[in-house]
Design a protein. Structure first.
Length: 474
């Protein structure tokens, strides 16, 4: 059974892998009360707007253009943003499940059963894994990179190139992988490889720059948004440590990665070598981008760290086979299981905290919806600009199914200026997202319209009127 699982994947295996991942991803999402955070909200709104011709740049550095997420949700978001939200959150959960399955398979040939199980579990013990509960694309990127490794191992070079291309439509770090792989194919296949490589490059250029220019009016929006975060950039070691967890955890997993790398090179195991090469190259690209001064956060390093779970698990599987007697191997396996369980247990509070933000956004959406409904719903508020926390305005626009032009952030510069029109403020009574809530300009006495939980809907008068608030005066 294990020998069959460790073989290069075929078409039947791909179908089984996708079916299991999508099914388990649906179950996981059904039991997790989470909502998209900043970037996924922007992709959903852009996906809705591009067919309507209303897509524009978003204020602030918290949302960046990513071609694949926008294109993936656009056909559904055109008809229903809530349905597109469910689809994207389901897809990102399924990608994490698929990544765990592929890690198990890739570690089997050299690491055995113990190595396979360890490979599947290591990412789930990292903070980076649980931070993706809010719909971040890095889990999907990791799954695509692992899929590329599987395809290359099976000799499907065009599939490898296609999967790397898809990964490159979500994270620019994958461009280095595409470049290296393209050069390798040119070296081994000659000019016959030029056509697919050219197509892959054309897709990257048109998706990142051409569509950004066509839809948003600026071909360099992604770079501009990234440059706005330069001042907050952390060191490369900080990024890796923040994603993995405690220094002690980083040390013992790092030691396993180095040992697994040595084992893979000495035993020439293709699955392990492809995984560790991809992982190291990804992390080297993150490091180089940091040297250029662009901000890095932990999730950017996450896909590369996931790939390095394979050599770490290979080393763990090798260690448990060192004892010559069966009793010794059983004890070594039990010690590995205890170490994994202890690591997970000691990290549980931090892992729960990493997943909490997406749950907090979900609760906030429900509370804001209740408050707006008590205030008369979107029909009554139509015609008024709605303002809320700058880290929540995209969530509010999405759940209220309103055009993004009708919902803005209180910290946006044009809102802090003296109001030229009244606004409806949807605000929380506490610092619910770990950020400083926006402050409304003092334009006179606001009128409370409704209150639900910690959420309040207020009318802030301006020189003119909006909606049916003509009778309201400061």
């Amino acid at each position: 059974m294990l020998a069959r699982l460790s073989r290069p994947i075929d078409r039947r295996g791909v179908i089984i892998l996708l079916g299991l991942s999508l099914g388990l991803g649906a179950i996981w999402f059904a039991f997790s009360q989470t909502a998209p955070v900043n970037d996924p909200n922007a992709w959903l709104m852009w996906g809705h707007e591009i067919f309507h011709g209303t897509a524009t740049l978003l204020p602030g550095p918290t949302t960046t253009w990513k071609p694949l997420p926008v294109f993936a949700v656009a056909p559904i978001a055109f008809f229903s943003i809530p349905t597109a939200t469910l689809f994207w959150m389901w897809l990102t959960r399924s990608a994490l499940v698929a990544a765990a399955f592929m890690l198990f398979r890739l570690a089997l040939p050299l690491g055995g059963l113990a190595g396979g199980v360890t490979a599947a579990l290591i990412p789930a013990m990292s903070i980076g894994w649980w931070k993706l509960n809010g719909g971040g694309c890095e889990g999907l990127v990791a799954a695509l990179l692992l899929g590329a490794v599987e395809a290359q191992r099976a000799g499907r070079r065009n599939w490898t190139l296609a999967l790397l291309t898809l990964a490159g439509l979500m994270r620019p770090e994958a461009w280095a992988l595409l470049a290296v792989y393209g050069l390798w194919r040119l070296r081994t296949e000659g000019w016959t490889a030029l056509k697919p490589i050219t197509i892959a490059g054309f897709v990257q250029l048109t998706s990142w720059y051409g569509f950004s220019w066509l839809l948003l009016g600026d071909p360099f929006t992604a770079q501009q948004k990234a440059s706005e975060w330069k001042v907050d950039g952390g060191s490369f070691a900080h990024l890796v440590g923040e994603s993995v967890g405690r220094p002690s955890q980083l040390l013992w997993i790092g030691a396993l990665v180095l040992l697994g790398t040595a084992l893979a090179w000495t035993r020439k195991d293709k699955a392990s070598l492809l995984s560790l090469t991809t992982g190291y190259l990804w992390l080297a690209t993150v490091w180089l981008i940091g040297l250029l001064g662009f901000h890095g956060i932990a999730r950017f390093a996450f896909p590369g760290l996931v790939l390095l779970a394979v050599p770490a698990a290979v080393a763990a599987g090798w260690v448990v086979t060192l004892p010559r007697h069966r009793a010794g191997r059983v004890l070594a396996t039990a010690a590995l299981a205890v170490a994994l369980a202890a690591t997970f247990a000691t990290r549980q509070a931090h892992l729960d905290g990493a997943a909490q933000r997406a749950k907090t956004f979900h609760k906030a959406e429900q509370g804001a919806l209740s408050a707006v409904a008590k205030a008369g719903g979107t029909q009554r508020l139509a015609g008024c600009l709605i303002v809320t926390n700058q880290f929540f305005y995209l969530n509010l626009a999405r759940v209220l199914d309103l055009p993004r032009t009708m919902v803005s952030a209180t910290q946006a510069p044009h809102i802090l200026k003296p109001l030229s029109a009244p606004v409806v403020a949807v605000s929380a009574s506490s610092n619910w997202v770990g950020r400083t809530p926006g402050r409304l300009p003092d334009q006179g006495r606001s009128v409370k319209l409704a209150h639900a939980g910690r959420w309040t809907v207020s009318y802030v008068p301006g020189p003119t009127t909006c909606g049916d608030f003509k009778v309201v005066r400061p």
